[in-house]
Design a binder for this molecule. Structure first.
Ligand SMILES: [Zn+2]
Length: 185
């Protein structure tokens, strides 16, 4: 789940929003999640609501919880939204500010909590579609390398590299979404 996806679909504009995201595999619907958001002066959060079936049982478990949001100012005005990771490890609340949340187990959490590292043995967040590879961690790494977005009124090389990569990944993700959508009916 990414903040850019939610922003693109209007979840961060003022007010209350509700929608659902579904996905499928080989023409079969394999999952769905309801997303609600509330953006106003007093509170800013998204809510994830979904039902999960156990790996070896038919027992269904319902999930319904809030992910707090926070904002940082943008260079050219306005603000950018971030998730606050809701997970706790060893009794310590994570609370990291992140742009992406993964669902590796029951709950959505950040890659630090789910220990998704970038070595070749554990390539979390990599999608392969039609021979193309989209690496979310690589995108995050490029973003983290951007120390300055602009220098002396000009866009920095690292920021430009990140933006190009982001653009390419989003176009690829749109292709995936289009493919999945076409298979739904
Ligand atoms: Zn976390």
């Amino acid at each position: 789940m990414s903040v850019s996806f939610l922003r693109k679909h209007g979840y961060f504009s003022n007010g209350w929003h509700s929608g659902a995201i579904t996905w499928s595999w080989n023409g079969e619907k394999t999952g769905s999640i309801s997303v609600q958001s509330s953006i106003n002066e007093n509170e800013q959060y998204v809510k994830f609501i979904y039902t999960q079936t156990g790996n070896n049982t038919d027992e269904k478990k319902d999930f319904d919880y809030k992910i707090p949001l926070t904002t940082t100012p943008c260079y050219f005005g306005g603000k950018r939204y971030w998730f606050i990771c809701p997970l706790s490890a060893n009794g310590r609340y994570c609370g990291r500010r992140v742009g992406l949340l993964y669902k590796a187990r029951d709950y959505f959490g950040c890659r630090h909590c789910y220990d998704l590292t970038y070595n070749s043995r554990n390539r979390g967040g990599i999608f392969k579609v039609a021979g193309q590879t989209i690496s979310i961690p690589e995108l995050e790494r490029l973003e983290s390398e951007v120390k300055r977005k602009y220098y002396a009124g000009k866009i920095t090389k690292k920021y430009e590299r990140y933006l190009k990569k982001q653009d390419k990944s989003f176009r690829q993700l749109q292709v995936i979404t289009a493919c999945l959508g076409a298979k739904l009916h």
